[in-house]
Design a protein around this ligand. Sequence first.
Ligand code: FES
Length: 600
Amino acid sequence: HGRVRVHFTPAARDIRVPPGVTVFDAASWNGIAIDSTCGGHGTCRKCLVRVDDGTIPVSTLDVRAFGADQLREGWRLACRAHVTENLRVEVPPLVTRPKAATVGVGRQVILRPAIQKRYLELTEPTLADQTPDLQRVLGAIDDLEPRADLAVLRGLGATLRSSDYKVTAVIVDEVLVAVEAGDTTSRCFGIAYDLGTTTVVANLLDVSTGTPVAVRSALNAQQPFGGDVITRISATMLDPAALDRLRALAHETLDELTREVCADAGVEPHEIYEVALAGNATMVHIALGIDPEPLGVAPFVMSTRAFPEIMATDLGVRVHPRARAVVFPSLGAYVGGDIVAGLLASGMDRDRRMRLFIDIGTNCEIVLGDADRLVATAAPAGPAFEGASIRCGMRAADGAIEVVRIRDGALELGVIGDAEPAGLCGSGLVDAVAALVDAGLIDPSGRFVSPDEAARVAPALASRFATWDGERVFALHEDVVLSQRDVRALQFAKAAIATGWQLLLAELGVERGDIQQVLLAGSFGSYLSPASAIRIGLVPKLPVLRVVSAGNVAGEGAKMALLSLRERAGAATLLEEVEYVELSDRADFNDRFVDLLAFP
Ligand code: FES
């Protein structure tokens, strides 16, 4: 279950995905547009790609879609092409100007962006026609009735007169935000931000076609204040100046990414008329300069669920000066706007299947249900997955061991960037523990077995056990070990998560086997090996194919908000639909938690 690499041309992007993911999903999660009108369901036969290095087996649909020559040349339907080895894939240019875009977990979004442009050829004023400038513009827009603000009026006269009264009106959600000289209707952009505690992602979109044109990510510059939301909140409680500092750092990160995606795509910042942002409640509060302290202490209260009108400048990003910002509302202090966006992107409230959504991180959000009813909770998983508190823990960066398996009694490692191993990231930790449990080197209670037992069950690996500073460790590599305490930390994390989904199952009165799909979300969850997650009991014991990585769904939800007013409204509906279950005051939490510490 190592990661495989897909190189997309002509985008020249290298993407690492868990095997089994389709080329279509791998592309769409990473902002590479593939033609489609069915959203990856195998019915439109538009998602043509050519595999020019590596192989993908021919699917039954491929046989109907292509001739023998084309199949031999490597043509495949991307949504039916499962990646199992390293590949190079050529994506042909989009043929049709799409009416819909594929976003999120195979969601097909009909394009109805808030940003609209209208090219107008106006008649020049005369002594007989002294219609004021603004009325002249507004009167020529026949399908919308925008209102205008003062800022537009300031430059209006000059623009009209210098452009021979040939202008483009830019309307965002019923507000005339700009009047531009000439025909600029082909330039309509927005940016979707995913403001994570650790990582921040910016997706630049052409909102008139739904096409992602550039994507960049960076570490949140707030990192030095601590790895999780609690340390950031504490910082603001200890030092009154910290909130301003943290806000400035969030703004810097967002603005830096903005400049990068614009440069990548050759887009001028002023051509971005709207942005959308998904983030957890703490990140959003801080970015907007709202004191996050009440989020960090019982009874965990937010300033608001949905925010009043926000401008892009309130987020510190330099785009069009009158660009608006759509900020995802939060369900609760610990089920934030990132989760609302993720639920939107995965269509949790529309799917008839019983599905379990788990966003894994220091704070783990869990949602269970179907179109009839959704329940959500948050489980404190601790920092194990982020690498903090893990003896040789590190973030998922070059040098991190991300895959560990034992085959024919021998240890195999997968290292990010094919570098010399420097540490263990979250997915490597889960893999390592799953592999050692499976090999009988960790007993069900989580203890490393005795040297004698190790020599008996895995003779080739027994010598990897050692003692470091009085603690037993298992050497994965010369300087990278898994310690007994690391195993404990992971046990606590997985028990907290499993307690969460068990209580939600009880809440809905459904059985584990009723779950049709488990979506592993978030920057960490998406890289987790489903088999290992099942092995250690982090997710319910189900056939491995029912457990899928969902990619960066928060960012996808933010894209959807830019592309469709209807989906944007859907995010607000989700707030009403999802019932929040508080775990911390449940009498049965501790009993279950203790039971779930063991490995199944
Ligand atoms: Fe429609 Fe593949 S996306 S057939």
